[in-house]
Design a protein around this ligand. Structure first.
Ligand code: SIN
Length: 293
């Protein structure tokens, strides 16, 4: 990875081997261009960065996001917060918006399995910025896995084999029921009523750093196009297990008001479903991405 040295010093604490950093000592409401550039470098290097105790309101959350890209609709299928379509809220409680309104999602059992956000569209998000609104006293952590490290941890022979493969991603299983319920989805300004499968390379090259990363996830990858279904299932099962090995991950315990910002091009994440009936509400802003290559 070739990154220029930051021109200002940030208070950065690494949280695991290759992924995750906490950045302290900033009020993210007041960022100048140099500080934004320095944050971006840490983010590219560490894949996910956290800013504890910022307590932003929705407008400040969006303003922070705009330093790093262009916000999309909060989610292609799940409608945004009323009056704020760029804010995607997840209320994990049994009576919360997502579970009460869209029954199918309750099958996630209050944890959301490993996934990369919205890979079932042609141009998946560049990144996501999460604001912890209500958090349990314990549990409800989010795990993030570094897909550059995961790819680097494979043998050269398997890396070479994977580099020529294409994966089909499909959001139907999780989201077609919700889409039928809401009637129309929207992404990059275009409305749709059905989710069409899309193709992405199994290994993508990061457009900013040039690093290669595994780009399959159990949330939305349906199969590998060039293989038989049995071969595809077996290879994906191996890659899913490998990509979230403990040495590729970081686990973050949220405090109310914390901000987390991940590079969706090179990470997977999963919420731990260990918070019982305790309330947990997050809001997320999603940044427009490019076509994986
Ligand atoms: C998500 O999957 O984007 C939500 C992550 C979280 O609630 O921690």
């Amino acid at each position: 990875m070739t990154l220029t040295e930051p021109t200002i010093d940030l208070d950065v604490r690494h949280l695991s081997g290759t992924i995750g950093a906490e950045i302290r000592g900033l009020d993210v409401r007041q960022l100048d261009a140099e500080t934004v550039a320095a944050i971006r470098q840490v983010w590219l290097e560490r894949r996910v960065v956290f800013f504890p105790g910022q307590h932003l309101d929705p407008a400040e959350h969006l303003a922070f996001a705009r330093h790093f890209g262009e916000p999309t609709e909060g989610h292609p299928v799940v409608p945004g917060v009323p009056g704020n379509p760029e804010l995607f809220e997840i209320d994990y409680s049994a009576t919360g918006n997502l579970y009460a309104t869209y029954g199918d999602v309750a099958s996630y059992e209050r944890g959301i399995a490993w996934h990369t956000d919205v890979t079932f569209v042609k141009r998946p998000p560049l990144g996501s910025i999460l604001r912890a609104v209500t958090v349990p006293d314990h549990g409800g952590d989010t795990l993030f896995a570094d897909q550059v490290a995961a790819f680097a941890g494979l043998s050269p022979a398997l890396q070479g084999f994977l580099a020529d493969l294409t994966a089909i991603h499909d959001g139907t299983r999780q989201f077609q029921g919700i889409l039928d319920h809401v009637g129309e989805g929207r992404w990059e300004g275009q409305g749709f009523t059905a989710l069409e499968p899309v193709e992405h390379p199994v290994v993508r090259t990061h457009p900013e750093t040039g690093e290669r990363a595994l780009f399959v996830n159990p949330g939305f990858t349906a199969r590998i196009k060039e293989l038989t279904l049995n071969e595809s299932d077996a290879l994906l099962a191996y890659l899913y297990a490998h990509s979230v090995r403990p040495e590729h991950t970081v686990r973050y315990h949220w405090g109310a008001g914390d901000i987390g910002f991940w590079d969706n091009r090179v990470t997977q994440h999963a919420v731990t479903g260990d918070f019982g009936d305790a309330p947990r509400v997050i809001q997320r802003v999603t940044l427009r991405g490019d076509e994986p290559r």
